[in-house]
Design a protein around this ligand. Structure first.
Ligand SMILES: NC(=O)c1ccc[n+]([C@@H]2O[C@H](COP(=O)([O-])OP(=O)(O)OC[C@H]3O[C@@H](n4cnc5c(N)ncnc54)[C@H](O)[C@@H]3O)[C@@H](O)[C@H]2O)c1
Length: 325
């Protein structure tokens, strides 16, 4: 049995709990600072609520941090000092100084940290990554993604405070920045335009469009929106010199590959593909075997570095180089 402690029983805590409840090797307890909310959550999931965060940390082997982004670092610090396995909802930490601090602490304590970049575990994104890495599309020239829906609410409206969430560039587009880096390598510099970083006042949502210049010469386009009332949607389009691949989560046949040898349409989602389940179960398996996690804290840093460069570009209007560790 792995004793998993969950901190933060909000939107993501709810999703993770449903997945842990399907794992026979997991004993789950949780802490949320809202006692009223914790009581309702415990009743809904039949999971034990712990009244104090230190009690949860003492008990757990692995702790899953599902707190608002600006609280990630302080919690990760306590967990690493206590020698716990650490699962961090994305983004791993709020800015690059925080990410560097976390990695230094991980290295000095010999700790184990996995940032939860769930998009890598979504069947279409995983399959598309495989198609690209096998070389079926040839040399990659362009990668384009779109992600978004309406403004997320969060427990106390924290997503709307861009000083806590970072807006779409940190909270949402980070998923695609990470995926593109995973499939196509390092990003040299970015140019971005965003509502959150170019306007003052109370916005009805947020929107950003970023161009990425990769070290291998490819061009990326990442669009993120919290202004789409049509429901949450993701798209991918990747073009290489031997073929093209596309995905639209609103279509049934959600992955289409066109190459010089023909076209293929697939719906690669099945019950066993649930990305959150696969993400969390593979994280726990790696922790149990003391193996390198499927997504590392260096990956967590690199994704935040692209987001932060995009945020700086949106604020200045200029191209911004992506920082390395
Ligand atoms: N991977 C994804 O697809 C995805 C989607 C949404 C959110 N997220 C990330 O997950 C994290 C959490 O987001 P969310 O949507 O679940 O937020 P949320 O506001 O719904 O939930 C946060 C929970 O933390 C609790 N909380 C706040 N401060 C606390 C504290 N000090 N101690 C204990 N509990 C505390 C709140 O009461 C609330 O229940 C964020 O970093 C967010 O970016 C990831």
């Amino acid at each position: 049995m792995i004793k998993v402690g969950l901190i933060g029983a909000g939107g993501m805590g709810n999703v993770h709990t449903m997945k842990y409840r399907q794992m026979p090797n997991v004993d789950l307890r949780f802490f949320d600072r809202s006692t009223e909310h914790a009581a309702a959550f415990a009743a809904k999931h039949g999971v034990q609520s712990v009244g104090d965060v230190s009690e949860l940390i003492d008990w757990a082997d692995v702790v899953d941090v599902c707190l608002p982004t600006d609280m990630h670092l302080e919690t990760a610090e306590v967990l690493l000092r206590a020698g716990k396995g650490v699962l961090m909802e994305k983004p791993m930490a709020f800015d690059l100084d925080q990410c560097r601090h976390l990695i230094r602490l991980q290295d000095s304590t010999g700790g184990w940290v996995m940032p939860l970049h769930v998009v890598r575990f979504f069947p279409e994104f995983k399959k598309a990554a495989q198609v690209i890495s096998e070389g079926s599309l040839g040399r990659i020239a362009t990668l384009r993604t779109r992600r978004g829906g309406l403004f997320p609410k969060g427990s106390d409206g924290w997503f709307r405070d861009f000083r806590r969430s970072g807006g779409v560039l940190l909270d949402l587009c980070m998923h695609d920045f990470d995926w593109m880096r995973w499939v196509n390598g390092e990003v040299r510099r970015v140019l971005s335009r965003s509502l959150a970083f170019t306007r003052e006042g109370d916005l009805p949502g947020d929107y950003a469009l970023t161009i990425l210049e990769f070290e291998n010469g490819a061009i990326g386009h990442v669009e993120g929106t919290w202004l789409d009332p049509g429901g949450f949607r993701t798209t991918i389009e990747v073009c290489g010199d031997q073929g093209q691949l596309e995905h639209d989560s609103r279509l049934t046949k959600s992955l289409v590959t066109n190459s010089t040898t023909g076209s293929a349409s697939e719906s690669p989602v099945s019950g066993g593909d649930d990305p959150y389940f696969v993400q969390l179960s593979s994280a726990l398996a790696a922790w149990e075997a003391r193996e390198t996690p499927p997504v590392t804290s260096r990956d967590g840093f690199a994704a935040v570095a692209i987001s932060r460069a995009a945020m700086a570009s949106a604020a200045s209007g200029d191209w911004v180089s992506v920082e390395s560790l």
